[in-house]
Design a protein around this ligand. Structure first.
Ligand SMILES: [Zn+2]
Length: 480
């Protein structure tokens, strides 16, 4: 037996990237991909993939972990359980949010978030920023400094009292992003329309969880999406519209693209697999589990989202994991009470199910290609946030973050998931695949049956400038 050249060799893989599918062995040294090819030299350890599909580990670029909340609400997952759950579902990089509270320094929010994260994660992580208070100091001193230090993307909200910015403030943030080559993510819903509708519903005694959907109809998302696009056009900077839920918002984005504007779009599993009916058909409280914003729509809108995934409208597919326990005073029953929908914490868990849902129903269901799956779940998120080619692809020099897929029937059961949430909105859904092995920088974190913990294995990643291809001639120099 000759001396091993590699630490690990994955043999006979069907390697899928965003552009190609090919048969190869993958040779790994120091947690990185050192060689790709047929008949590689021996490894100290070998795994035979036997012609199974191997994709890059997922990059979940929209998830919320241990984000500070108002009492008594608390997120169920921090970096430990969140990255555990991610790994078991094939995701090897997460990008949650360091959120600025109004009145707080952005830098203080980042330092606090590092205290919550560092030493806890099982897979690598980066931070987005949430800008809720764009004071002159935040805009002109803190943001440029933080962008240079690797926090090159930020989310702004057009809704939620604690977070929302007015149009002038959004223009200020977009202007900083343009000057420094950062990516701005926008939560597009019209706050005043939502408040007006919520008050009307409350006055009529319509406060069950299902009325959450009535308080945020498609038009409030359509209007805000249109406005976000106009604001970005005025500043001449690319933007990313996050968690797009259906046709009317999709129409706005197609219009923007057809006019040469660089508008990127993200969608999430809840807009493919849930509808407003999951919020309840009667006044039962169970629907609180599926309260998220924008709310899930209907079957026809699901089709529109599937089409956008297939035809290139969407750039990213993220979970928007926002973990709150259902039957808990710190979760969907604040203080132990069943409350009016306005007071139910918004968000659903989805880190672990994101990749299997799209692989099974998208790729094996014949709706998207395998290469498009890789692009949406790994390559584009890594490019959008300046982590590519270290993350998001299978190439020599990239981190050995890999998923070997098992194509076998699986029924989603919360008891088999690894988050700290007491439900999954996808309970009982039958899938045709699940990750059979997840490697994080060359280490097995999930073997298809068992999670292999190593708290602190996950490292903080500094994000660079976005490297998504420009979609129009009106390109700014930051986007190469
Ligand atoms: Zn959002």
């Amino acid at each position: 037996m000759s001396t091993p050249v590699f630490e690990l060799v994955i043999r006979n893989a069907l390697v899928a990237t965003a552009s190609d599918t090919f048969k190869a062995d993958i040779g790994i040294i120091d947690g990185c991909i050192a060689q790709l090819g047929l008949g590689l030299a021996p490894g100290a350890r070998e795994i035979d993939a036997l012609g199974r599909v191997v994709t890059p580990g997922g990059v979940d670029a929209h998830c919320h972990l241990d984000q500070p909340m108002n009492e008594p609400i608390r997120m169920a997952d921090g970096f430990e359980s969140g990255t555990r759950s991610a790994a078991c579902g094939g995701t090897t990089t997460v990008i949650p949010f360091a959120a600025q509270a109004k009145g707080q320094s952005l830098r203080a929010a980042v330092e606090d978030y590092h205290r919550r994260a560092d030493g806890c994660a099982h897979v690598d992580y980066a931070f987005h920023l949430i800008v809720s208070d764009p004071t002159p100091h935040v805009l002109n001193a803190e943001l440029p400094g933080l962008i240079r230090e690797g926090y090159s993307s930020f989310k702004v909200y057009m809704t939620y009292d604690d977070l929302k910015l007015d149009d002038g403030q959004i223009l200020d943030v977009l202007d900083i992003a343009r000057q420094h080559g950062a990516m701005v993510m926008i939560h597009a819903e019209n706050a005043d329309c939502i408040e007006w509708l919520t008050k009307k519903l409350e006055a009529a005694g319509r406060v069950a969880p299902r009325f959450h959907a009535n308080s945020r109809p498609m038009l409030v998302e359509r209007e805000a999406t249109h406005r976000a696009i106009a604001l970005a056009e005025l500043v001449d900077v690319p933007i990313l519209i996050v968690h797009v839920s259906g046709r009317e918002a999709v129409d706005q984005i197609r219009w923007a693209r057809s006019h040469g504007l660089k508008v990127f779009a993200e969608t999430c599993p809840q807009y493919l697999f849930l509808t407003a009916e999951d919020l309840g058909l009667d006044n039962s409280y169970m629907g609180a589990r599926c309260v998220c914003s924008p709310p899930p729509r209907d079957k026809r809108n699901q089709e529109v989202i599937w089409n956008g995934l297939a035809d290139g409208l969407f750039t990213l597919f993220s979970s928007d994991h926002a973990p709150f326990k259902y039957d808990a005073p710190e979760g969907k029953k604040p203080g132990g009470e069943e409350v009016a929908f306005r007071h139910i914490p918004n968000g659903i868990p989805g880190l672990e199910t994101r990749m299997p849902l799209l692989y099974s129903e998208g790729v094996l269901g014949g709706r998207i290609t395998l290469n498009r799956f890789v692009e949406l779940t790994a390559t584009n998120p890594a490019k959008a946030y300046g982590l590519h080619p270290r993350k998001g692809t299978i190439a020599v020099g990239s981190d050995a973050d890999l998923v070997i897929w098992d194509e076998r029937p699986v029924t989603i059961r919360n008891e088999q998931l690894h988050h700290d949430v007491d439900y999954t909105p996808y309970e009982g859904i039958k899938l045709q695949a699940w990750p059979g092995l997840t490697l994080a920088r060359g280490e097995v974190v999930w073997d298809g049956q068992t999670f292999h913990p190593r708290k602190g294995r996950g490292q903080f990643l500094q994000c660079g400038q976005p490297s998504i291809l420009p979609m129009s001639k009106k390109s700014s120099s930051a986007f190469t």
